[in-house]
Design a protein around this ligand. Structure first.
Ligand SMILES: O=C(O)CCC(=O)C(=O)O
Length: 280
C-alpha cells in the first residue's frame, strides 16, 4: 500500500519512486527471461534517432551509443505475460490513478555498458497520445541504476502543463525542441534506483536520461496503463490488443457491444470482424 504522502507526491510532482516493489526473486526471474529474449530476439541499435543527438552528445559519441529495445516481452515469455498483473504494481496504479485500469504497453529500454544511449527531454504523450491525463508509466528496474548509469531524470511538476509541442517527423523520435528544453538550462532531478524499484510517472511529465557510462547494463522496463475511459486521441474506442483490464471492471459508456453471438458468425467462413474483435 502506498502512503498518502506518496500518492500526494505523484499528484503534485508527477512521479513517485516505490522501492523494492518487485522482490529479489521476481527481478531475478524477469531478468533471466529478459536476457534470453534479448539474446534470442534482440538487436543492438544506437537508440532514438534525430537532430537532438547533436545537442546531447559529443561528436565522437553521437553515432556510437548502444541500445536494445524490446516491445511486448509477453510475446516471448510467460514470466513477462504474468508480470503485467503483478499485484504490487497493479495496487500502486489503482491508488495513483483509479480503481479500473487498462494495460497499454510494455517495453524494455536497455542501455548496454559503456555508452548506453541517452534519451532527450520529452513527454511520453506524443508517443501514444490519449484523451486525458490518466495515463501512468511505470519504470521497473531490472538492474541498479545509479546516476552514472543514465538513470531517469525528471522535471518535477511539469505534468501540470499538459501536452507540449514536440519536434516530430519521419527521421526522429518525438523530443522537446532542444533550444527551449535542454538539461543545460531546464532544471531536472535525477532519480537513481535499485533493481526491484519502480518509478511511476505521468505520461505528461518531462523526463530524460543521460548516457550509461558504467561497465554494467542498465535495463529498465516501462509499463503503461490508463483508465479505460481514455481513448487514443481521435479514436472513439480503445486500440486493438491493448484492452487488458488489470484491476476493476470496465463499465459500458455508449460503446457498441463488441462480441457477436449470432448463428451467422459461427458458420464456416462466417468469421466477422466487429470493432476490433474477431469472432467466429
Ligand atoms: O529509461 C530511460 O532512461 C528513459 C526512458 C524514457 O525516456 C521513457 O521511458 O520514455
Amino acid at each position: 500500500m502506498l502512503t498518502d504522502a506518496q500518492v500526494q507526491h505523484y499528484k503534485e510532482e508527477g512521479y513517485v519512486k516505490v522501492e523494492q516493489l518487485f522482490s529479489h526473486e521476481e527481478v531475478q526471474e524477469l531478468g533471466e527471461d529478459m536476457n534470453r529474449i534479448i539474446e534470442t530476439w534482440g538487436e543492438e541499435i544506437i537508440g532514438w534517432h534525430g537532430p537532438w543527438r547533436d545537442r546531447y552528445l559529443s561528436e565522437n559519441e553521437r553515432l556510437n551509443t548502444k541500445a536494445v529495445f524490446m516491445h511486448r516481452p509477453d510475446h516471448f515469455s510467460a514470466v513477462w505475460s504474468r508480470s503485467y498483473h503483478h499485484k504490487g504494481l497493479v495496487s500502486c496504479i489503482a491508488q495513483l490513478v483509479g480503481p479500473t485500469m487498462q494495460w497499454h504497453h510494455t517495453v524494455l529500454h536497455g542501455k548496454p555498458p559503456e555508452l548506453g544511449t541517452p534519451f532527450p527531454m520529452h513527454q511520453d504523450y506524443p508517443f501514444y497520445p490519449h484523451e486525458g491525463p490518466d495515463f501512468i508509466d511505470c519504470l521497473l528496474h531490472l538492474d541498479d541504476a545509479p546516476a552514472e548509469s543514465g538513470c531517469l531524470r525528471v522535471v518535477p511538476g511539469s505534468h501540470k502543463n499538459g501536452p507540449l509541442e514536440h519536434n516530430t517527423g519521419p527521421d526522429t523520435a518525438p523530443h522537446l525542441p532542444p533550444e527551449k528544453y535542454h538539461p543545460d538550462f531546464i532544471d531536472s532531478i535525477e532519480v537513481p534506483a535499485k533493481a526491484g524499484d519502480v518509478i511511476f510517472f505521468s505520461y505528461l511529465l518531462i523526463h530524460w536520461s543521460d548516457v550509461n557510462r558504467t561497465d554494467k547494463w542498465r535495463r529498465g522496463v516501462r509499463y503503461g496503463y490508463h483508465t479505460p475511459e481514455m481513448h487514443p486521441v481521435g479514436k472513439d474506442s480503445a486500440e486493438p490488443n491493448h484492452n487488458t483490464i488489470v484491476c476493476g471492471f470496465k463499465e459500458r459508456r455508449n460503446e457498441p457491444k463488441p462480441l457477436i453471438a449470432s448463428a451467422d458468425a459461427r458458420k464456416p467462413g462466417g468469421a466477422k470482424i466487429e470493432g476490433e474483435f474477431v469472432t467466429a
